[in-house]
Design a protein around this ligand. Structure first.
Ligand code: DAH
Length: 358
């Protein structure tokens, strides 16, 4: 029996010493192989008397089973160790931040346009949109700027195909044509409703609902330098009613500027000017009292009381209806708000510039 124990112990020791599966298989051959120790012990039984054979055989079998068990447990241990090494080598640091897909964002001028719409929306203004290719009528004539009027030369116009020889179509040079387009539509809707016996729908009661609208959008002029781009943005404003005065313009525009720039430290100046479609007319300048731009007068809009001829072209009686209009530059407002000094940066599409506004 001691001899068998010794064989089992030697096998266990040999298996423990095997550091790889291949070593282990070699060690196995020494004990369980065709000419291994167990096989030899079996063969040695042939010489034993029959009555000893039985107990000897059982003992050898026990030894064999013990060796096989040791072998299996060593096999498992080696496989586990190997798996452990592999796991470590291929370890993933799941706490590392993933590689993200680049995220887009709104263009700074779009952010400004959204702010303008929200602020005027809160003051009860509708938002209207119109075509960028305009007729001569809406862009000039209806706005009290007839052919050969010197004010036309203030606009360096891009003309396009269409229209007539004397009045070709054009890329709108300002958003002011939307004053006429929106008002005409508004008046038409109101008259159709009245004819159908329906009550006036709109902001205020009275014979005609008031017109209160802003019209943001792209505009075009033949012009290009650090503060001019051939494509730029404007936002028109119009408020027409039976009793709308310059005082309302001052209140609305002051309130807008203070909300837009998030500052009450802001003074407005209405500087007399000329536009064919308003009388009187004024440029609106703002002055910050604090911050990097403090003390400078900055022009942000043209404005005025809508000219009687324009009221007439809207389909309204200038003896009865009165109001104001303004046209401002969202690009300029964006430059002032963020301290950008070159307008062209907005339209170059350089992601390094644009991503700073996210
Ligand atoms: N359309 C003018 C321009 O582009 C700006 C303007 C001035 C618009 C006075 C107005 C206004 O509505 O009343 O220079």
């Amino acid at each position: 029996m001691n001899e068998l124990n010794f064989v089992v112990d030697s096998a266990k020791e040999a298996f423990e010493k095997a550091l790889t599966p291949a070593d282990l298989e070699n060690a196995k051959a020494l004990f369980l192989g065709k000419s291994g120790r167990i096989t030899e012990l079996m063969k040695g039984m042939a010489a034993l008397p029959v009555d000893e054979k039985k107990s000897r055989g059982a003992a050898i079998n026990l030894a064999k089973q013990a060796i096989e068990a040791a072998l299996n447990s060593r096999r498992q241990a080696l496989a586990d160790a190997e798996l452990q090494i592999q796991l470590q080598a291929e370890a993933l640091d799941v706490t590392l931040p993933g590689r993200q897909r680049g995220q887009g964002g709104l263009h700074p001028v779009s952010i400004t346009l959204e702010r303008i719409e929200a602020i005027f929306g809160s003051m009860g203004f509708e938002v209207a949109q119109g075509p960028e290719i305009e007729t001569d009528w809406f862009n000039f004539t209806a706005l009290n700027t007839p052919e050969d009027h010197p004010a036309r030369s203030m606009h360096d116009t891009f003309y396009v195909e269409g229209g007539s020889v004397s009045a070709p179509n054009l890329l709108r040079t300002h958003t002011s044509p939307m004053q006429i387009r929106h008002a005409v539509q508004h008046v038409k809707q109101h008259r159709a409703a009245a004819e159908a016996g329906q009550p006036s729908v709109g902001l205020f009661s009275g014979s005609m609902p008031e017109i209160r609208v802003i019209a943001p959008g792209r505009t075009y002029r033949v012009d290009s330098d650090a503060t001019h781009s051939p494509m730029f943005h404007q936002c028109e404003g119009l408020w027409i009613g039976e009793n709308v005065s310059f005082k309302d313009l001052k209140f609305v525009f002051t309130d807008f500027c203070r909300t837009f720039f998030e500052s009450d430290d802001l003074v407005l100046r209405f500087r007399p000017s000329f536009f064919p479609f308003t009388e009187p007319s004024a440029e609106i300048d703002i002055q910050f009292q604090t911050g990097p731009l403090a003390g400078r007068w900055l022009e942000v809009a043209g404005s005025g009381q809508v000219h009687p001829n324009v009221i007439r072209n809207m389909g309204l009686d200038p003896e009865k209806y009165i109001g104001f209009a303004f046209g401002m530059g969202p690009d300029r407002l964006t430059m002032l708000r963020y301290g950008v000094n070159d307008l062209r940066l907005f339209f170059d599409g350089d992601i390094r510039f644009l991503s700073q506004f996210q």
